[in-house]
Design a protein around this ligand. Structure first.
Ligand SMILES: [Zn+2]
Length: 365
């Protein structure tokens, strides 16, 4: 009798592990961090760049106190404490090349819009070969999920630091709610916080005309999430890339540290809310890598700069094996993200977009 019971519980376990109907994910948050190198994610601050000469650092004593530690493990913990104490135990982190996990973009351009086009459409888009504002030429995963799941206009949304995104989030212009760059949030009757953030983002000094500070993207996005409870939500942070181009490594590290804080706040909100608790998967990625030489090309990226195709990604949630930091993993690509998002929500993106990448290896049970 005992043996029979064991078999029954084993069979039930197998069914619950493989049946797509048993998936727990009902909401997906996609979060991208522009051009944040995998080197910093996995090994923390780069000593070579913590100086005035190479990293443009204003106060290396203060920066070192905050982010320099003797071991790589301690350094990454100082830079992204929530990722490495909590999130890592909730899924899988791809891209640490030193232990055999390669994550890359499949496109040949290695700049931002081609990277986001690959993430959002599940394949490289040769027509998107620059950062020119041009409508994306294929159906995005955001549009696909909105249509297939019959979601309302505010159940799928994107809040982004870069102002190009309205062109990237949907093939059909305006099909996906998108607040990007310094655009004011337009959202019916605004909450007090939405009104205040609209005023504030116009009145602080701007570092870049086309990319707002991530704090505005995040707090505007959080307010929208609390107000509308979207099922598919995209946060695209941008400061890590722009501070790198500006050769301000101190600001790059601070921006990565803030993104980690935002991940914590979003994760903890999701865990406290009945719609999201235990039913939400987070997918993280960067859109390209950057160079590794300290003197010159750490600040830049592109087809001509080695390392610019190298990215990192992560999936955390109830349907993802608790692999932690991936080691000896098959090659993963940014183009695998769209099909992963679809599968988590019980859909098959490849049915409508047959050329798109398969789901990420080991992202789902
Ligand atoms: Zn970029």
């Amino acid at each position: 009798m005992k043996t029979v019971m064991r078999w029954i519980s084993f069979i039930l376990f197998v069914i619950s592990a493989v049946a797509p109907g048993q998936r727990k994910t009902e909401n997906v948050f996609l979060i991208t961090v522009d051009g944040l190198r995998w080197n910093e994610v996995f090994a923390g601050a780069d000593r070579r760049l913590m100086s005035k000469d190479w990293g443009g650092v204003k106060d290396s004593v203060v920066l070192s106190a905050k982010f320099w530690r003797d071991s790589e493990k301690d350094r990454r913990l100082a830079l992204m404490p929530f990722l490495w104490t909590t999130l890592v135990h909730e899924g899988v982190v791809y891209g640490n090349r030193t232990i055999g996990s390669k994550a890359s973009v499949a496109n040949a351009i290695h700049i931002s819009y081609p990277g986001y086009a690959e993430i959002l459409t599940g394949r490289a888009q040769p027509e998107i070969a620059s950062n020119e504002k041009k409508q994306i030429p294929a159906t995005t995963i955001l549009e696909f999920l909105k249509n297939e799941l019959h979601l309302g206009d505010k159940q799928v949304a994107a809040f982004t630091s870069w102002d190009l995104y309205p062109y990237a989030v949907s093939r059909v212009p305006g099909a996906i709610y998108c607040n990007a760059g310094y655009a004011s949030v337009v959202d019916g009757e605004l909450t007090a916080r939405q009104s205040f953030l609209n005023v504030l983002q116009d009145e602080v000094p701007q570092a870049w005309r086309t990319v707002r500070f991530d704090a505005f993207t995040f707090y505007h996005g959080m307010e929208f999430i609390k107000k509308h409870k979207p099922k598919v939500f995209y946060f695209a942070f941008g400061e890590t890339d722009d501070w790198s181009h500006d050769r301000r490594y101190d600001h790059v590290l601070e921006a990565a540290f803030r993104v980690d804080k935002y991940l914590k706040e979003l994760w903890e909100f999701a865990a406290s809310d009945p719609q999201y608790a235990g039913k939400t998967t987070f997918i993280l990625s960067s859109d390209h890598g950057r160079g590794s030489s300290a003197t010159k090309d750490w600040a830049d990226h592109g087809a001509e700069i080695a390392g610019s195709d190298e990215i990192w990604m992560a999936v955390f949630g109830p349907d993802t094996p608790k692999e932690g930091e991936a080691a000896n993993m098959p090659q993963a690509y940014a183009m695998n993200i769209a099909a992963t998002m679809a599968k988590l929500l019980g859909q098959d993106f490849r049915k409508s977009e047959p050329e798109c990448g398969a789901p990420l290896p080991k992202a789902l049970y």
